[in-house]
Design a binder for this molecule. Structure first.
Ligand SMILES: CC(C)(COP(=O)(O)OP(=O)(O)OC[C@H]1O[C@@H](n2cnc3c(N)ncnc32)[C@H](O)[C@@H]1OP(=O)(O)O)[C@@H](O)C(=O)NCCC(=O)NCCS
Length: 151
């Protein structure tokens, strides 16, 4: 399995994975340059993806998805760690995410639930926060750098 950045030609496969998993595709096209894909070395099939959208000093992790037949093999963990490492390398202060289905998955990577009021305004402006994800979705945060989180 190789994790790499995306090419425009990957988008259809990624959107198909998201739709099959019931995750929103709104905003994927706009931010596709900051997505990653996991590619099966033999055959080149895309078996997983994740997106890291940048909002000022913050990032939004979204669309973490693994194809059904690859779940439980560690791929979701590989993609999430890759995104966290990238965010850290790019100097992001904190990563946010919204989830309805995987609040139990993300704490092992350093994410913890936060009130929506603690999510910076810039991140609130993302398509996910602006309605693509249901209002009942849980917001989570991974602080990479200490300091007061505001703005
Ligand atoms: C969530 C998802 C990405 C996990 O991918 P995966 O490749 O199956 O995950 P891994 O194999 O790395 O699993 C690592 C651990 O997380 C656990 N786990 C997997 N999915 C989980 C979930 N939805 N909730 C809680 N724990 C989960 C696994 O049981 C495993 O636990 P273990 O180490 O104790 O055995 C995958 O199930 C998926 O695509 N789900 C649908 C889309 C989704 O809900 N994405 C998150 C929205 S942001």
């Amino acid at each position: 399995m190789i994790v790499r950045g995306t090419q425009a030609s990957d988008r259809q496969a990624v959107e198909a994975l998201l739709s099959a998993a019931g995750l929103p595709v709104e905003g994927v096209e706009e931010h596709f340059g900051s997505f990653f894909v996991a590619v099966v070395e033999e055959g080149g099939r895309i078996a997983g993806a994740a997106g890291l959208e940048r909002y000022g000093e913050w990032a939004l992790l979204r669309s973490v998805v693994v194809a059904n037949d690859w779940r439980g093999t560690g791929l979701g963990s590989t993609l999430t760690r890759h995104a966290v490492d990238e965010a850290r390398a790019r100097g992001v202060r904190a990563i946010f995410l919204l989830t309805t289905t995987a609040a139990g998955f993300f704490p092992r990577f350093g994410f913890a639930e936060v009130a929506r009021a603690e999510v910076p305004l810039l991140v609130h402006g993302s398509r996910e926060f602006q309605g693509a994800c249901p209002a009942s979705a849980i917001a989570m945060r991974h602080l990479l750098q200490n300091g007061i989180v505001s703005g």
